[in-house]
Design a binder for this molecule. Sequence first.
Ligand code: KMH
Ligand code: ZN
Length: 274
Amino acid sequence: MNTLITVAPTGAEHAKADVPQLPTTLAELVETARTCQDAGAAMIHLHIRDAEHRPTLDPGLLKAAVDAVRSETDLIVQLSTGGSVHDPLESRLTVLDAEPDSCSLTCGTLNFGDDVFLNPFSFMSDLYVRAQERQIVPEFELFDLGHAVALGRLIDRHGLPFGGKVHCDFVTGVPGGMPSTPAALLAGVALLPPEVTSWSATGIGRGHLPILATALAAGGHARVGMEDNIVYARGRVVQANSELVARAARIATDLQRPPMTTDQAREFLGIKRR
Ligand code: KMH
Ligand code: ZN
């Protein structure tokens, strides 16, 4: 099966002052989206920033980002509903008003370094049902093994997501979550509920490459990008997200699982054209 490559170009954690090449303006995001699609990405996981480059869930800025990426590329546009650890739950629900193709949905609360990333089951349920109603396809973010179990509870309670597919993404290596080891990733895969139709994985920081290699070898898909990792190789900082996408595409192609096109990915994930 070909490989779904998702790029997560920005995130909410890195500061523009520390990483000036982090795409934070709308123009930078659109350019990043274009080059990453050319390099092999089919989906983009978006966090946006305000004029001071700080993470924001401003509804107008979210809508502008969705519209701009959609008009300039054919990428599947996924908005983060995780936001930053400081965003209130209510604002995280309103992300869906921007009408993305897909939204992230994290399947449990965890310590996030010294902070707490809050995802109570009631919030997960609200987000799940709202995504169903708006025909937005969720991607379930699994930061720890118990999150796979919580995903099963969501499906049992509310039925399948819009589109009928269940795609999840392991995010490993957050201090407080599952580690970036092949054993932990494969344990997570073994715990996935039977309704799951596909999974991808990303490793934070130095876990990036081992997790990429394990995911591809185990039949999973890949998420890469500066949200998760800003080091390309020892002593060399990532200059552009497209470098990470291009490397994942090369490895996947060598493994005889070349990148999916955007059309293939839409079909694969049950995404409707808007
Ligand atoms: N920024 C993290 C606190 C998501 O996008 O849904 C949450 C996160 C997950 O990045
Ligand atoms: Zn994110």
